[in-house]
Design a protein around this ligand. Structure first.
Ligand code: ZN
Length: 205
């Protein structure tokens, strides 16, 4: 069967009739000669519903994969779930209604993984990326640290005994190695990764 073109709200769609009628009792009734069919002047089917929401509905009808609207900062988008539920009821898509009414999407945030890293330096804190699934927090802290001091006070040998050569060792003689306390910046980095069970196949009722 040839795909049909139709308009929902301000948006145009093309889909196989089978895709629409298999999952939606409303479309099934529409294409079985009901009086709900509204045609525009050019013959295009017009459905007076929200086109953006229908795009999500159609994605579900095509893939059978339930939608998850989750963002690590704001959590689940309950407004969008609610709007989608209204559409799912209108188009009479039984499993999508069941899924949304029972808030099964809550189970799709599988786990949160936390990693703690100690860094021997300060960091330029990057701006958070909302689409990234990992949230990173930095806790910089000044700490005292013993630092090796070159007997000849050569700056590049400081903190690096291996940098000292024969002349330094001669200057050292029998004296013990010298250390000084120094304030150093250390950073604890905490990475929190949200793991979603995305694109799990929905179970047909
Ligand atoms: Zn040295």
């Amino acid at each position: 069967m040839a795909p049909i073109q139709f308009q929902v709200g301000e948006k145009y769609f093309t889909a196989n009739t089978k895709t629409l009628t298999e999952g939606s009792a409303w479309f099934k009734s529409l294409f079985s000669g009901s009086d709900k069919l509204v045609l525009k002047e050019d013959g295009t089917i017009f459905i007076d519903r929200d086109g953006d929401l229908f795009a999500i509905v159609l994605r579900y009808l095509r893939s059978q994969k339930v939608p998850v609207f989750y963002n690590k900062i704001y959590g689940h988008n309950h407004l969008l779930y609610d709007q989608l539920l209204t559409e799912a009821r209108f188009y009479q898509i039984s499993y999508l209604v069941y899924y949304l009414e029972n808030r099964f999407y809550a189970g799709y945030v599988a786990s949160v993984k936390v990693e703690i890293l100690g860094l021997d330096h300060g960091v330029d804190v990057p701006l958070p990326d909302r689409d990234d699934d990992t949230d990173v927090q930095y806790y910089p802290q000044w700490c005292r640290k013993e630092v090796y001091v070159c007997p000849r006070r050569v700056a590049v040998h400081r903190g690096n005994p291996g940098g000292c050569g024969r002349e330094c060792r001669a200057a050292q003689g029998d004296r013990p190695l010298e250390y000084e306390d120094e304030w150093v910046l250390k950073t604890t980095e905490i990475r929190t990764q949200t793991i979603l069970k995305h694109n799990m196949d929905s179970v047909k009722p």
